[in-house]
Design a protein around this ligand. Sequence first.
Ligand code: DOR
Ligand code: ZN
Length: 425
Amino acid sequence: MLVINNGRVIDPATNTDRPRDILIDGDKIAEVAEPGRLATVPGRETFDAAGLIVAPGFIDLHAHLREPGQESSETIETGTRAAARGGFTAVCSMPNTKPVNDNASVTRFVLDRAKATGAVHVWPIGAASVGSQGQAISEIAGMKDAGIVAVSDDGKPIATAKLARQVMDYCRSLDLPVIEHAEDVSLAVGAVMREGVTSTRLGLRGMPAAAEAVCVARDVQLAELTGARLHVAHLSAKASLEQVRSAKSRGLRVTCEVTPHHFTLIDEDVSYDSRFKMNPPLGAREDRAALLEGLADGTVDAIATDHAPHEPALKDVEFDRAPFGILGFETALGLALEQLVHAGRLPLGRMIELFTRGPARILGIERKIAAGQPADLTVFSIDRAWTYRVEDSPSKSRNSPFDGKQFRGGPVATIVAGRVVYRTN
Ligand code: DOR
Ligand code: ZN
């Protein structure tokens, strides 16, 4: 048994923001009570959370754990340890592994490895098409039985409108969300960053914002046609956000996520440093402003990291040749506090919603701090100063543009199924 004492419990799912003590028994929350009300039993482990926020466990809808197949960049063990340090209690793992998670045996492998080696829950996402090759639909029903929570060809878009329609039809009947990496590849061929003044100045090939928005437009039409739940991954452009906003106002089941790097950085921050290379690329100043607005007004449903480790041998090369992707777990909360809360753009409760209730709803589950619920909790500070040092990361990769950055507030403890899997000293 573990008691978390004196924390400020903030839970958007129950509209709570007050001091509470939480009793955990096994892997469940046993009781939530006013401070001092829980009977003190000798031998019971206590965690003093005075001055700290206690929130439902953060859920990351979008992560690349690289296992099976690219274990030199990350494993389920190292990736989930980094996730725990970031305050995440559950991460959804993208299927672009080697082999691709496009059938039940790979799904089961991921779940088995997660059970054996994972520090946090791993919820696999299955590929939409065989090998994510965009030709034939994958065995979605079999993967659902094995435990996938969504489908996606992430890394690339679902290749054609015809296939996307078919995938949405299936997923509608199976009640699974379709997560789209929105990109019209014909507009993005050879591009390594966003098209604009900066790409011209640097002499790097850019993709226009429309590369994303054109694909979002296609998918919104198909979501309307099929009635499927469409979730737009790592949305980065103002034009795409406007389409999500309008789809929502028409009552379609369309949601989206934004990454911390897209609401923090812009294309002008890009130099020839491959740690600033990711897909979708960093947008223009007005895109970032639109994302911040969408995070505040409810158009954006979740913050997701797109944690994309690439080992130094792959990433430490010329910008043009480096793979897309950056680390995301450990800096997500610090960046959200800085850009959203300390900057006065969002109330703290709304920021927490974007890490908890928002992603849970997209997955069709409910998570709250209440008796009987899984004991997954994120404890964090909103004011402790700390510095992110990528060399201290449990991740096998080092590709973060935020190495050395100072933060105000961040994760203090991560509790998964009643166990403290991470705690700062
Ligand atoms: O930056 C990215 N990295 N974007 C993607 O779509 C894929 C990901 C990866 O797998 O590295
Ligand atoms: Zn992607």
